[in-house]
Design a protein around this ligand. Sequence first.
Ligand SMILES: Cc1ncc(COP(=O)(O)O)c(C=O)c1O
Length: 395
Amino acid sequence: MRISERAERIEPFWVMEVAKAASQKAREVAHTDRPVVFLNIGEPDFTAPPRVKAAAQAVVASGQTQYTPALGMDALRQAISGWYAQRFGVQVPASRIVVTAGASAALQLACLALIDRGDEILMPDPSYPCNRHFVSAAEGTAVLLPTTAEERFQLSAAKVAAAWGPNTRGVLLASPSNPTGTSIDPAELARILDVVRSHGGITLIDEIYLGLSHDDQFGQSALALGDDVISINSFSKYFNMTGWRLGWLVVPEQLTPVLERLAQNLFICASTVAQQAALACFEPESLAEYERRRAEFKARRDYFLPALNELGLTVPVAPDGAFYAWADCSAACQKLGLKDSWDFAFAALQHAHVAITPGRDFGTDQTARFVRFSTANSMAELHTAIARLKAWLQP
Ligand SMILES: Cc1ncc(COP(=O)(O)O)c(C=O)c1O
């Protein structure tokens, strides 16, 4: 069977190889005193809070599960608009909000609406692997620009200006980022926007981890910087609803009917059950629970980062959000005679029974030196992981 060039261009997730090995190991050592600690998974260990679960049960029982409008339920778009005002002090009318099946569908819609064959989109190396594939699926080309720790592993205005070529259509940023947990400095972001605007380009910014920001300096939405910014968001991370498949994007007013047309044809609508349930996310009781969990994520980071650094797994830029630590394992590799972060990840699994993600999926520049730790696990598991890594690395 002939497979489309488009499909052939999409690379496999290497991280799944590690995940498979981790599951195999987990089965082998499940009944020992050293079961595998999973720090490779990019999703919250929490699930939807009680009122959201109850709302989902109620809507299923009521049978009110027909399609919703393609742009999403009006009440949900209003609730998201209210959240922007309450949490970030930014006015985003519901008419600019498009509800989707997760940030993934939001990214697909944005790319399909704005990218033509041959258009180039600038993005940082390292970055979330699917983002370059969304661009590629829309027949565009993702251009990964190497970043440095000084740049917080984010693009800078100077870099965007220097890389802008005749086919460049815009930038796709993520703040805070996966895999680094670092955000773009707001002043730098304003300068990037100036560069993009000077070329008549587009700015797509993935703010899926913005709800899990731990630092007021960085915790502002890029939507405050202008109505031309396209922001992608989700119920997966801050709202702890990964498998519910619900997200949204905020677009300039004139794009809403375009996305409506695409969404009608490609998806009809996002899950009705998930949308109805998500209304309960914005009730005071749920919001209080989400804030409690955000504090827990911060506490985990505050424990885990110094502990990693002490092990010589240096995290060059402290993450200000999300639940990741992007650690340089090159010194440890040298000491242990390991080739790169890929081998390090497998060795950590073998020797410490700790599952982590090698840098390979996230780019090509320095990713052979870096591994990603996810701190979306209990404090007890994080303590166990550090103790095991210490016994392995500093016997
Ligand atoms: C940076 C980033 N963007 C988008 C997504 C996709 O999220 P969703 O579950 O909302 O589709 C993820 C998931 O891990 C992510 O890390």
